[in-house]
Write a protein that binds this ligand. Structure first.
Ligand SMILES: C[S@@+](CC[C@H](N)C(=O)[O-])C[C@H]1O[C@@H](n2cnc3c(N)ncnc32)[C@H](O)[C@@H]1O
Length: 274
């Protein structure tokens, strides 16, 4: 199967998941409508003031984080390949009167659709596993940054991919390869991370990328890495043996060893395009 066919299959899945997510407690759209910012403390602290900055949000899902950046004063553009997600994001933007531009596109086709350059390119939590090629991804990010602009990602740590997360697993058992393969792994969906009881018919096709793949792709695209941070907690309960802390982060339960579950990275484009 070509990467295009995997990407199309994943789009079907994301359209199906989105219909569940917009009604889920996990995303809690009602709270968002009342004015809540859905961004987490990590990205709020590390990306800093976005007021009057142009921000491109890659893989924006149905737009809650994108619109949150807009609430904080950024001029936002969100891109996602799910028609359902982008339709919903546009509706929310209109209904709540939050200015935003949403574009439905495969990330690998965005250069043909968007002519602007941005102060910030942002992407977060659950994005890299859907991408077959990080070298091209990093080139796209660099293309969209103006000179001096910032790329920021906060994402599940690639170490997460190694361990078994089946329902009956009780501890950290290494089961999967850490390193990238051009062939994706096919997963039959058992609900979604936002609603484990949802009945889902489409499979997913996912790729792993090591930390060195991520960092080196950005360096090769000419970006200067400013920092990489690692955190022993996660955005959702990726393993059955996790508990939520009082800040809403999921941590490993009854396991003494701390492992990195989330990472963040900020990079800057210091060289102008030639
Ligand atoms: C886990 S979500 C991002 C989550 C986001 N941080 C949130 O919680 O709202 C991943 C998103 O990537 C999108 N996606 C996956 N592959 C894509 C591709 N090739 N091009 C554009 N969007 C893609 C999906 O539609 C989905 O909305």
């Amino acid at each position: 199967m070509s990467n295009d066919r995997y990407i199309n299959a994943n789009r079907e899945l994301w359209n199906e998941w989105t219909k569940v997510h917009v009604h889920s407690d996990f995303y809690n759209v009602d709270e968002f409508k009342k004015g809540k910012i859905t961004l987490k403390d990590i990205e709020l602290a590390e990306l800093g003031d976005v007021k009057n900055k142009s921000l491109l949000h890659l893989q924006c899902h149905f737009g809650l984080d994108t619109l949150s950046w807009a609430r904080l004063g950024a001029e936002v553009t969100g891109v996602d390949f799910s028609e359902e997600a982008i339709e919903y994001a546009k509706r929310l933007s209109q209904e709540l009167d939050i200015p935003a531009r949403f574009i439905c596109s495969n990330i690998y086709d965005t250069i043909e659709l968007i002519t602007d350059k941005f102060d910030i390119v942002f992407t977060s939590y659950g994005v890299l596993c859907w991408l077959p090629d990080l070298v091209e991804w990093a080139e796209i990010i660099s293309h969209f940054l103006r000179c001096g602009g910032i790329f920021y990602i906060v994402e599940f740590h690639p170490v997460n991919n190694i361990f078994d997360n089946e329902k009956d697993t009780e501890g950290l058992v290494a089961k999967y390869s850490y390193f990238h393969s051009t062939d994706p792994v096919k997963w039959e969906s058992d609900g979604t991370y936002a609603d484990k009881t949802a009945v889902i018919s489409n499979p997913s096709f996912e790729w792993t990328h090591s930390m060195s793949d991520i960092i080196n792709s950005l360096i090769s695209a000419g970006l200067t890495i400013e920092f990489v941070h690692e955190f022993p907690y996660c955005y959702y309960d990726h393993y059955p043996f996790m508990e939520k802390d009082d800040k809403g982060w999921w941590r490993l339960k009854n396991i003494e060893a701390e492992v990195p579950l989330t990472f963040s990275l900020r990079a800057r484009k210091v060289q102008p395009d030639h």
